[in-house]
Design a protein around this ligand. Structure first.
Ligand SMILES: *Cc1c(COP(=O)(O)O)cnc(C)c1O
Length: 371
């Protein structure tokens, strides 16, 4: 069997930065939650993206949940959420018993269509408390228009930037346009801590509040006293050490992801029906995954099966939320853009440990389907 090529797998630094921070945590017995790595990871990530404050969590999903808690969404409220995404964008809306309404993407950005967002804002009026926009595959959404609409209709903007650490929109880091931004360090993301997340905001008080909730909402008292509902959502000091090390190689990872994308595009763009994900000139993506769409004879499933036979992992594009059995009962504002992207899209292996030989293998197998 040929050597496995992954879609996107953890890639620790060759320099061993992560291990040094972990060792320090062990040496000082800061293995338990909190400790200097957590605080430093928060500071370093906030500085990297240009936010005033950050709160480190066990997962990105937990960070989205805490953002919705800060907004105060409750039963009867509506949260407008991009349909083309991973379910973790939408699940926390249900945790808080609010109602999601899904919004379609446009072909220009693959993310939330601002025209449809406005339709949804008009349709649901005052019931809308928040908008969750996603920067899918590291492609920035149309932030100028989305921010303007959220201001105009007075709703809180939450950016699910789980896939877009390292992505800039007009020179400003994604996750810093809305009141809250969320990052993920899950195993397949551009940098990973094995699992983890981060909530960022310019509102330091609100970020401090999430640290309180995330450590079981313990009031300041010698005994265990709770005036509010708590969560066990805080990142551990060991995990944060991995994050600090990984943050040092983020630019290297983005550069390699970009190299992978350009390689595929150069080799495959001339094939009949093939198009690559849109790179707009205001968008400086992290190229988390290289995604192409197929509008001709060759179908995504053929490519995925041919690669799988050769021990190479690839994936379809996310199945939109409005098509998911669990979410299909909720309203959807849009047409068939996200459905088309789901039907026609393939995520090619975009692992930063891939060599040119690996890339050549993937291209050769793919091209073989057009012969
Ligand atoms: C990975 C991901 C999340 C969730 O992050 P976890 O850390 O796995 O909880 C949320 N939204 C999107 C778009 C993601 O890709």
């Amino acid at each position: 069997m040929a050597e496995k090529i992954w879609l996107a797998s953890p890639h620790m630094s060759e320099e061993g930065y992560e291990m040094a921070y972990i060792k320090e945590a062990f040496d000082t017995n800061w293995v338990a939650p909190l400790g200097p790595n957590v605080t430093e990871f928060e500071n370093e990530l906030a500085a990297k993206v240009g936010a005033k404050a950050a709160s480190a969590t066990t997962t990105g999903t937990a960070a989205i949940h805490l953002a919705l808690k800060l907004v105060g969404v409750k039963e009867g409220d509506i949260v407008l959420c991009q349909s083309l995404t991973f379910s973790a964008s939408a699940n926390p809306i249900i945790y808080e018993k609010a109602t999601p309404v899904f919004v379609d993407s446009d072909f220009v950005t693959w993310n939330m269509d601002p025209l449809l967002l406005e339709q949804a804002l008009i349709k649901y009026g005052d019931r809308v408390k928040a908008v969750i926009v996603v920067h899918l595959y590291g492609l920035a959404a149309d932030m100028d228009k989305i921010v303007e609409l959220c201001n105009k209709y007075n709703v809180v903007l939450i950016e699910d930037a789980a896939e877009s650490l390292g992505t800039y929109y007009k020179g400003k880091h994604t996750g810093t346009f809305g009141e809250f931004g969320v990052f993920s360090f899950n195993g397949n993301k551009i940098i990973t801590t094995s699992g983890g997340g981060m909530l960022v905001s310019d509102n330091e008080e609100k970020i401090a509040k999430t640290r309180f909730w995330a450590t079981q909402a313990r009031d300041q008292a010698r005994h265990y006293q709770h005036s509010e509902l708590g969560f066990n959502y805080r990142m551990s000091n060991v995990v944060a050490g991995i994050g600090r090390g990984q943050l040092k190689v983020l630019e290297q990872r983005v550069a390699k992801k970009k190299y992978i994308f350009k390689y595929y595009k150069r080799e495959l763009c001339y094939l009949e029906g093939v198009e690559f994900m849109p790179i707009n000139d205001w968008n400086e993506p992290n190229y988390w995954l290289s995604v192409m769409t197929l509008n001709g004879q060759v179908r995504p499933i053929q490519i995925m099966e041919a690669l799988e036979t050769e021990n190479i992992e690839s994936r379809p594009v996310w199945k939109p939320m409005h098509m998911q059995p669990f979410f299909e009962k909720y309203d959807y504002v849009g047409g068939d853009v996200s459905e088309k992207l789901f039907e026609n899209g393939v995520c090619l292996p975009s692992d930063t440990k891939m060599t040119d030989d690996d890339l050549e293998r993937v291209c050769k197998i793919t091209k073989g389907l057009w012969r």
